[in-house]
Design a protein around this ligand. Structure first.
Ligand SMILES: Cc1cc2nc3c(=O)[nH]c(=O)nc-3n(C[C@H](O)[C@H](O)[C@H](O)COP(=O)(O)OP(=O)(O)OC[C@H]3O[C@@H](n4cnc5c(N)ncnc54)[C@H](O)[C@@H]3O)c2cc1C
Length: 372
C-alpha cells in the first residue's frame, strides 16, 4: 500500500517553525511520511526527479540557513512499537517517528531499564542513533540492538543494521558521517526487565545519594533526578526555564584531546589565572583521550551564561546552549558561534566543533570546518 500522506504541501513553511532553535527559511517542499511506504515513496520520488532530499525528525538538532534549503524535506512520522522477550531482556522495536522522551517515560514506568538517564532529550526515536544521543553517563549505543533503514540508493527494501555495525562514537555514527546513505525507519532497543541501573555521572550520583559506579534500583527516581538536573540547566524543552527562547541544546561538543594537548591547554589556563595547577582543568579520561567540558572553556573565554548580543545569546542556565530571542536570524546565530569559537581558540588553542547539523548555503558552513 502506498503511504497516505507523502504529498508536498502547497507552500512549505519556514523551517524556523519546525525547529527548536527557531531560525531558518523554507525548503523547496515538505513531505510528511507517516508510514514506511511513505518514506520509500519519498526516496523513490527524489531519486526519480534527481532532487535532493533532507530528513527531518523533531528539528531539535538543526540550524537552518535564513534563505532556507534547496531540497525536499521529508518529516519522519513512522509510528508503532512492538516488544519481544529474550530471557531477562526485552527488545523494543520502535517506529522512527515516535517521541523519544515519551518513549523513555513509558519504559521507565513499565520498569524497563536502560534509557532512564536519557530522559528529557527532545526529538524522535529515529534520530537517536544519528549522533548516538547521550547524557549523564549513558549513550543509546549501549542499548541499540539494531537500526532498520531505507537505503537512499536501494530498491526500497528495508535493511537491518546491527548495533555493532552502526559505527557509534562520541556524538556520531555512520549515519551522521554519511547523511545521504539511509533513512532510519525503526530502532530496536535491548532493555532489562526489573533491573536498576549503574550511576556513572558524578553530579547525578551525588543527587541520588549513591557513589559513582553504584546501582540504583529505583528507575523513576533516576529519571526524575536527571529531569530535574536537566531543567536546572535549561535542557528540557517546553519548561519555564527556557520559555520564549529557541535552543538546539548544546551548541558544541566537548573537545576530546590528547594528554599533550591537555597539558598545553592547562598551561594556558594557569598563565591566564583560571586555575592554579595544570591538573585543575576539569577533564574526564575516556578511551580516545581526555574530554574537556566545552562550557568551562567558553565561560573562561569571556562568554558567561546569560551573555547576549541583540537577538542571540547564551542560556542563563548553561554556557553551552546558544539561544535565540524572537526575530533572531541564522546569520546572527552563526556570528555568535564564530565569535565563541574564535575566543576559545585564542585562549586555549582548541577548535570547538558544533553539535547540531547545519542545513543550507553560505555562512552556516563556516562554523563547521576545523579552521577558523
Ligand atoms: C533542549 C535540548 C536538549 C538536548 N539535549 C541533548 C542531550 O542531552 N544529548 C544529546 O545527545 N542531544 C541532545 N539534544 C540534541 C537533540 O535533541 C538530539 O540530537 C535528538 O536526537 C535530535 O532529534 P530530532 O528528531 O529532533 O532530529 P532533527 O533535529 O530533526 O535531525 C537531526 C539530524 O538527524 C537526522 N535525522 C533525523 N531523523 C532521522 C531519520 N529518521 N533518519 C535519518 N536521519 C535522521 C536529520 O537529517 C539531521 O541530520 C538536545 C536538544 C535540545 C533542544
Amino acid at each position: 500500500m502506498v503511504g497516505t500522506d507523502s504529498r508536498p504541501r502547497a507552500e512549505a513553511p519556514p523551517l524556523s517553525s519546525l525547529t527548536s532553535l527557531r531560525v531558518g527559511g523554507p525548503p523547496t517542499s515538505l513531505l510528511e511520511a507517516d508510514s514506511l511506504e511513505a518514506v520509500c515513496e519519498a526516496v523513490a520520488g527524489s531519486k526519480k526527479g534527481d532532487r535532493p532530499l533532507l530528513v527531518l525528525g523533531g528539528g531539535s538538532n538543526l540550524v537552518v540557513a535564513d534563505e532556507g534549503v534547496a531540497a525536499e524535506v521529508v518529516r519522519i512520522r513512522v509510528p508503532g512499537w512492538t516488544a519481544s522477550h529474550d530471557g531477562p531482556d526485552v527488545v523494543m522495536a520502535v517506529g522512527a517517528g515516535l517521541s523519544w522522551d515519551e518513549t523513555v517515560d513509558r519504559w521507565v514506568d513499565d520498569g524497563l531499564a536502560g534509557c532512564e538517564c536519557l530522559t528529557g532529550i527532545p526529538g524522535t526515536v529515529g534520530a537517536v542513533p544519528i549522533q548516538n544521543v547521550g547524557a549523564y553517563g549513558c549513550e543509546v549505543a549501549d542499548v541499540i540492538e539494531w537500526v532498520e533503514v531505507v537505503p537512499r540508493r536501494g530498491d526500497g527494501s528495508v535493511i537491518r543494521v546491527p548495533g555493532a555495525a552502526c559505527g557509534f562514537g562520541y556524538r556520531t555514527s555512520r549515519f551522521r558521517r554519511h547523511p545521504d546513505e539511509a533513512i532510519v525507519v525503526r530502532v530496536g532497543f535491548r532493555l532489562r526487565r526489573g533491573g536498576g541501573c549503574v550511576i556513572r555521572y558524578r553530579e547525578l550520583a551525588r543527587h541520588l545519594g549513591v557513589a559513582v559506579g553504584e546501582r540504583c534500583d529505583d528507575l523513576r527516581a533516576v529519571r526524575d533526578a536527571v529531569r530535574m538536573l536537566r531543567r536546572s540547566k535549561g535542557m528540557v524543552l517546553d519548561t519555564p526555564e527556557i520559555e520564549g527562547v529557541g535552543t538546539a541544546g548544546s551548541f558544541f561538543v566537548n573537545p576530546v584531546v590528547s594528554r599533550e594537548r591537555l597539558v598545553t591547554l592547562g598551561r594556558r589556563a594557569v598563565d591566564a589565572g583560571f586555575v592554579a595547577r595544570v591538573e585543575d582543568v576539569p577533564h574526564f579520561e575516556g578511551s580516545d583521550g581526555f574530554k574537556v567540558p566545552a562550557a568551562w572553556l567558553i565561560e573562561r573565554a569571556g562568554f558567561d551564561r546569560g551573555w547576549r548580543r541583540g537577538r542571540v545569546g547564551l542560556s542563563p542556565h548553561h554556557a553551552l546552549a546558544v539561544v535565540t530571542h524572537p526575530g533572531a536570524t541564522c546569520s546572527e546565530v552563526v556570528g555568535l558561534a564564530q565569535a565563541i569559537r574564535g575566543a576559545v581558540f585564542d585562549a586555549f588553542g582548541v577548535v570547538l566543533q558544533p553539535e547540531p547539523v547545519f542545513w543550507g548555503p553560505v555562512g552556516v558552513s563556516d562554523v563547521q570546518g576545523g579552521v577558523l
